[in-house]
Design a protein around this ligand. Structure first.
Ligand SMILES: [Zn+2]
Length: 477
């Protein structure tokens, strides 16, 4: 019997891991076993603890991994899988491999920092607290990555082949179209990974990449993400609002502080600032991009010009590399970061982490959030329980570096920057399918979001839609 098993991102938006096992024969021998994505559980403790559980299949018995994109909730468990004995190929697009080469070691570094923190505070019940994997172990795992170009056919074993098609979510992101040959028939399984916005439009501007997931798909079984299953993105262009937030802050003599993830979101925001400056809609004040990863992330983006949107292509051909833009400063060392703290001239400071849970953004917030002249601008999702969530909701004071810091700065959130399709966009994409999948499983969503999307798709398209459950097995023959 061949089966698919949901090992993560079922009932939750993190920990994406889906296992295909081709028929186990009567001798009890396992078939070929391939994992689609190998992500870290993040967020609530109940889920994070699953990062420490053994995989239901011993790592050494997994034959291959197919990775849809570089985000840690899809890739961040790979170093642990390797640590536990997996030594097979990890297939990914070249851009995904480049992004993983900065994200995974950084994740290892953060795991080590967390373990150190718990050991110093002696608050862990494990003594000593250990990292899930180290920076060195993450680097070690990179040797197993094997590049697969978009739309190239890759045969994994006699029963399984796959092909990447664009998901338009982040640089290098793809859906995996899998052909599974069982008992003389071929079944098509489509895993969306995360699905990007449908086509460029005024409501999702500033997209660095060309948008729109590949259309005209066919699938017998579809595994679809549902992050925004119960929410529609605002449809208005954020640029006029962004310009007026910046103008008002500068008129008060203040600065704009922007917590943003260093990869993708920061690039998108910098491109929008440059465009607003070039069209004289905002003053040319200094822009500081304070993240050790941001320079590497920009360099990776410059390598993949074929992925640019038309507006990005035009901006780069006119203005060159963001690393050379006058007035834009990229701080990589702690000393460069400290210099930004010393500046009181109105400026825009973009730094990570995106939810203010750690990183250099904390220094900028601690220094500037008690001054009403300044603005704190959120351009990304803030998960409940994070410092970013508390600030976005006006909580004051906020505890940082052991001190209570009052929140007096203006707080604004722009919700248009999402890289996930919302329900109307998903329907628009699903309507391009050449066939009606026999069954669709929803993953990567909070329960309410998945339930809402299931109802929308069943009602609008008449498809059979189920919500994947953690550890559930689906027979494929
Ligand atoms: Zn993602």
């Amino acid at each position: 019997m061949s089966y698919l098993q949901f090992l993560g991102a079922a009932g939750v938006v993190t920990g994406s891991k889906h296992l295909i096992n081709t028929s186990a024969d009567s001798s009890g021998r396992n078939g070929f076993q391939v994992l689609i994505d190998c992500g870290l559980f993040q967020g609530q403790k109940e889920w994070r603890e699953r990062n420490w559980q053994d995989a239901p299949v011993p790592a050494a018995q997994i034959d291959a991994v197919i990775l849809t994109h570089a985000h840690l909730d899809h890739s961040g468990w790979i170093p642990r899988l390797v640590k536990e004995g997996f030594h097979g190929p990890i297939y990914a697009t070249p851009a995904t491999i480049d992004l993983c080469s900065i994200l995974l070691p950084d994740s290892g570094h953060l795991q080590e920092e967390d373990a150190d923190f718990y050991n110093k505070k002696k608050v862990s019940k494990h003594s000593p607290a250990l990292p899930l994997y180290t920076l060195a172990e993450a680097q070690e795992a990179l040797q197993y990555f094997k590049p697969v170009e978009i739309e190239q056919n890759k045969q994994l074993c006699p029963e399984i082949s796959f092909r990447y098609v664009r998901a338009a979510h982040i640089l290098g992101s793809c859906m995996a179209e899998i052909s599974l040959r069982v008992d003389g028939t071929t079944r098509r399984l489509l895993f969306t990974g995360d699905l990007g916005r449908v086509r460029s439009n005024g409501a999702a501007p500033g997209k660095v990449l060309h948008s729109g997931p590949a259309e005209g798909e066919t699938a017998d079984l579809l595994v679809l993400e549902s992050t925004y299953g119960n929410r529609n993105h605002p449809k208005d262009d954020p640029r006029p609002q962004l310009a007026s937030i910046i103008q008002q802050t500068v008129q008060r003599g203040g600065s704009v502080i922007v917590p943003a993830f260093a990869v993708e979101r920061t690039q998108k925001f910098l491109f929008m600032l440059k465009e607003l400056m070039e069209s004289d809609r905002i003053p040319r004040i200094p822009v500081y991009c304070d993240s050790p990863m941001a320079i590497k992330a920009v360099e990776i983006f410059l390598k993949y010009q074929e992925e640019y949107s038309e507006e990005t292509r035009q901006l780069i051909s006119k203005s060159g590399s963001p690393l050379q833009w006058p007035g834009f400063t990229f701080a990589s060392t702690p000393e460069e970061s400290k210099k930004i703290n010393a500046s009181y001239y109105p400026s825009i400071i973009v730094s990570s982490s995106g939810m203010a849970t750690g990183g250099r953004i904390l220094h900028h917030l601690a220094q500037r959030m008690s001054d009403p002249k300044n603005t704190i601008l959120f351009i990304g999702f803030q998960a409940p329980g994070t410092r970013g969530f508390a600030i976005k909701n006006g909580t004051s004071p906020i505890k940082m570096f052991g001190q209570e810091v009052p929140l007096r700065a203006q707080v604004v959130a722009l919700e248009q920057f999402s890289d996930h399709a919302d329900p109307p966009e998903m329907l628009e994409w699903l309507r391009t399918f050449k066939n009606k999948p026999r069954v669709t499983y929803l993953v990567h969503g909070e329960p309410a979001a998945s339930a809402a999307l299931r109802d929308t798709i069943s009602k609008e398209l008449g498809w059979e839609v189920k919500i994947a459950e953690w550890m559930e097995k689906v027979q494929l023959t």
